[in-house]
Design a protein around this ligand. Structure first.
Ligand SMILES: [Zn+2]
Length: 897
């Protein structure tokens, strides 16, 4: 039997390479009134590990004739196939096509008719024998403390060699920046040498020709060179325990003499580096120098120019066998010098009145300019197939929007870490370096034709749907491709073969494909990079072309090049939904997990970018100020409230029409409790979803205000928009488990019992473990004897780590005792239920019945000092929003509109 953790790990990818729909039935007619004001749509995680996949064998390089000549959708298990003639009827457009009849018997095409997920794997010519190259340029902030730099080195040491193998070599480049950009030559033996560039002075062709900045790792031990650079810049200690990694990398122990030599070199390099730091230093007077040194207590970072250098470096066309380029940025503060700076520097000063130090103060105008700058260089980078990721550490302000603009075109990650010196950095880098990629086809220009028609990042996605369905809202990484929706180059052979067969049996093949139909039916996206976690949320609208057809058919196609650049994969997911007879039947078919995530993603999207769907591509460099972000979040909350209000009104109306659905449920459910009067006002199948949305609304994902920093909120919101269903469910609301601790109980094996995530769960004699996605908490009530702490903490850690083992980014574990200052950070995440009437409290959380009236009263009193009006309980919020007089219907716009 699978353990709960295994089930959890497996359930991460419930999508299994396909899409999850909000309901198993299609609404019975157009407009939101036919869906009880609920969203109809799906969550699509195209590259998640598929289960039940069928692979169609392809022996030459050509796709078999599996493409509908009229609408270009792929043959699938919902097509009618006449196996004697090979004629198949398209499930989307209903037109007839032809395939070789024998292919349905000899196994060539028969796999297609078995599974909703099918993969075609086309080998790319000439890609097999060559050794490919991955370029990795590390861009490091010289202001990182030594321990942080050392941790970065260790993580790179652990991961990079694993990316190389007999068929793949890694070329490494190393750039350090502060006030200047230093590009190191890793291959040079002996002294670590760098070319230093001041601001506005980039890499030239001449530099790239005369220097070899990228060096292969592995055989010649150039990671050792990286360590030498780290040692020279940060004074990273080489000859202690951590330094022994160098020896490991070389596969042999250094002799005593070699160690001494290395140590001396390190010392000399440090001195050299100090002198070399600024080329102008020698001509300056000691007084000027002293002044400069005092100014440099503000750490300077020409981050933008360093990244520009890195892009120039990897984009240099020397490598024909290059299949992937990565830039990894490690920093602990915002860019504050040179191009892309977010603060004023001396050159911007028009008056002397503006006093130093300005290095720490972010200027909104400069921030907008910086976001634009980073966005432009990142877009140029993605055209060249370069993926960029940023890891930040420390506690200073990072100006996350700047880094987000930098990673967005390649769908990279910006990951703030409390420190690099922990397991988190390696865990997180492991995901984005090894699980995600932007691999291009490994073949020369002339043979790259097949993959060239893909998006620059190498992944193109089509979503096809019938003419009576329009996509209305789309949230996810990547961008919509509006220009071209026709046949891709790799599909031409399949189309031609299909035409030939069709003509042979006398079918019409002229004027095909039908361009208008294809344009209407297809939404084409480019995914920034290939990431198994990348998820799109799509809301659909039934339009007036709706006819009570028997089915709605949706097909999602992802095309991408495999990690080695040798195979072009076309993954086709086909799904057929029957149409509900009436709204009640539609409501019965609702998926209570998909609905809140589709609504939540739209709400969080609006909290970052506003309601205007169309503004998405236009004004993306416009950065909202902190106040504007608060306003957007308030509006998104209002929109969520309006959505709930409208669902509730529609549901009650439906109840009146259909002889009260709620009452029917009572009969089935037996005992009706006080709290479930909500079942009359909201679809009972969505009661968990409703609570999740309430938590989402008051938590850091949607709530404005000072609970978290701007950086924190930007980070978790952008993750929420791109992660799969299961992660989003976990991010919406915390999950809690409790164990009662009394002096009599055995502490060596505790049992964790799920409890609702509300403040009344915080009993005195209780230990609680909580999973809030990014943060895991172990909480001790004040009645827990201290002698139990160690043992319970150990078991709690194991429990939480098992739950979060595959999570990305890696979660932090906090241990808090009741009454500590950190305690507030945990309790603030819980629904404030202490102000509700007692009978409601017990109805929603029956375990409270075990407490004596005195204990319950003292539990309620723990929270007396919080203001329930600014942070309503679930009950107060729902009835306020659902009431006929609710203001939400005037101020909010439904998330489905
Ligand atoms: Zn068709």
């Amino acid at each position: 039997m699978a353990t709960p953790d295994q089930i959890l790990a497996a359930s991460r990818y419930r999508a299994g390479g396909g899409a999850l729909f909000t309901s198993s039935k299609c609404p019975p007619g157009p407009g939101l009134e036919n869906s009880c004001q609920l969203p109809f749509g799906f969550i699509y995680t195209p590259l998640s590990p598929p289960d039940n996949i069928q692979v169609v064998p392809i022996h030459d390089e050509n796709l078999p004739p599996v493409i509908c000549l009229t609408c270009l959708s792929y043959l699938n298990l919902y097509c009618d196939v006449d196996e004697t003639t090979g004629v198949w009827t398209c499930a989307l457009c209903g037109c007839k096509n032809a395939a070789p009849p024998e292919s349905f018997h000899n196994g060539t095409l028969s796999p297609i008719l078995i599974s909703p997920i099918v993969e075609f794997r086309q080998p790319i010519a000439e890609a097999h024998d060559r050794v490919n190259t991955i370029s990795v340029v590390v861009v490091m902030d010289a202001n990182l403390p030594r321990a942080e730099a050392q941790a970065v080195g260790s993580a790179l040491q652990a991961i990079l060699p694993e990316m190389a193998d007999a068929k793949t070599r890694i070329n490494l480049g190393f750039i350090v920046f502060s006030k200047h950009v230093s590009i190191y030559q890793l291959n040079s033996t002996g002294v670590a040498s760098a070319d230093i560039f001041s601001t506005h002075e980039g890499l030239t062709e001449k530099h790239l020709e005369s220097r070899q900045y990228l060096t292969e790792i592995g055989q010649d031990g150039s990671l050792e060179c990286m360590w030498r650079c780290l040692s020279a810049v940060y004074g990273v200690v080489l000859d202690n325990e951590e330094g022994s990694e160098i020896n490991v990398s070389k596969g042999k122990q250094l002799s005593r003499l070699e160690q001494l030599k290395q140590r001396k070199e390190t010392r000399m390099r440090k001195e050299l580096e100090r002198d070399d730091d600024d080329p102008d230093v020698v001509v300056k007077s000691p007084w000027v120098l002293a002044k400069e040194n005092s100014a440099s207590r503000h750490p300077l970072r020409c981050t933008g120019e360093a990244i520009q250098c890195a892009i120039d470096l990897v984009a240099s066309p020397s490598n024909v066998d290059l299949i992937e380029s990565r830039i990894l940025v490690f920093t602990n503060g915002c860019p504050n010098y040179g191009d892309g700076s977010v603060v004023y520097d001396d050159r911007d000063m028009t008056t002397t009145a503006r006093a130093r130090p300005t290095a720490d103060v972010v200027d909104p105008l400069k921030l907008s300019g910086a976001v634009e700058y980073f966005s432009i260089i990142a877009k140029a980078a993605v055209e060249g197939g370069i993926a960029i990721d940023v890891c930040c550490s420390g506690a200073s302000e990072l100006c996350l929007p700047v880094f987000q603009a930098l990673v967005e075109p390649s769908s990279g990650y910006v990951l703030p870490h409390e420190t690099f010196a922990g397991p988190h950095l390696k865990h997180n880098m492991n995901h984005f370096l090894k699980e995600t990629n932007m691999t291009m086809a490994a073949c020369s220009e002339s043979q790259a034709e097949k993959s060239k028609s893909l998006a620059p990042s190498g992944c193109t996605i089509d979503i096809r749907m019938p003419s009576f369905v329009n996509p209305t809202h789309l949230v996810g990484p990547g961008e919509i491709l509006d220009d071209f929706k026709g046949l891709l180059l790799n599909e031409r052979s399949a189309f031609a073969a299909g035409c030939k067969l069709a003509a042979r049996i006398g079918m019409r093949t002229n004027h095909l494909p039908q361009k208008d139909f294809v344009d209407d039916a297809v939404t084409r996206l480019s995914m920034g990079r290939k990431d198994p976690l990348s998820t799109f949320s799509v809301m659909l609208e039934i339009n007036n072309f709706f006819q009570k057809d028997a089915f709605a058919f949706v097909q999602c196609i992802a095309r991408f090049v495999d990690r080695r650049g040798q195979i072009l994969i076309t993954r086709v997911f086909s799904h057929r939904i029957s149409i509900a007879n009436d709204v009640g039947e539609f409501l019965d078919s609702i998926d209570e997990e998909v609905v809140p995530v589709v609504l939540g993603k739209e709400a969080v999207y609006r909290s970052m970018y506003g309601r205007e769907i169309d503004a998405r591509n236009e004004d993306e460099t416009e950065v909202a100020t902190s106040d504007e972000l608060d306003d957007l979040a308030y509006d998104a909350q209002k929109d969520l409230d309006a959505t709930i209000h409208r669902i509730s009104v529609a549901f009650r109306l439906l109840g009146l029409e259909q002889g009260n659905r709620g009452l029917d449920l009572t009969e089935e459910g037996g005992i009706r409790t006080v709290g479930s009067s909500i079942d009359f006002a909201f679809p009972p199948e969505l009661s968990d979803a409703l609570r999740r949305l309430y938590h989402l609304r008051r938590g850091p994902l949607l709530s404005p205000g000072p609970m978290r920093s701007d950086d924190d909120r930007a980070q978790i919101r952008s993750l929420f928009l791109r992660l799969p269903l299961e992660d989003c469910l976990c991010m919406c609301a915390p999950s809690l488990w409790r164990t009662e601790v009394t002096p009599e109980c055995k502490s060596d094996s505790v049992e964790w019992i799920a409890v609702p995530p509300e403040s009344l769960a915080l009993w005195d004699k209780t230990a609680i473990v909580a999973d809030c996605y990014h943060s895991l908490f172990i909480w001790f009530g004040r009645g827990v004897p201290e002698s139990f702490f160690d043992s319970i903490r150990q078991q709690a850690r194991t429990y939480l780590l098992d739950r979060s083992v595959i999570r990305f980014p890696m979660a932090e574990i906090y241990t808090v005792s009741e009454g500590e200052s950190m305690d507030r950070r945990f309790t603030a995440l819980l629904a404030p239920s202490y102000g509700d009437p007692v009978d409601h409290q017990v109805a929603n959380f029956p375990a409270l019945g075990q407490l004596s009236p005195q204990e319950l009263e003292s539990l309620r009193c723990k929270f007396r000092f919080y203001d329930p009006t600014s942070d309503p309980s679930f009950r107060t919020w729902f009835w306020d929003v659902a009431s006929a007089t609710s203001s939400s219907k005037e101020f909010g716009l439904s998330l489905c509109e």
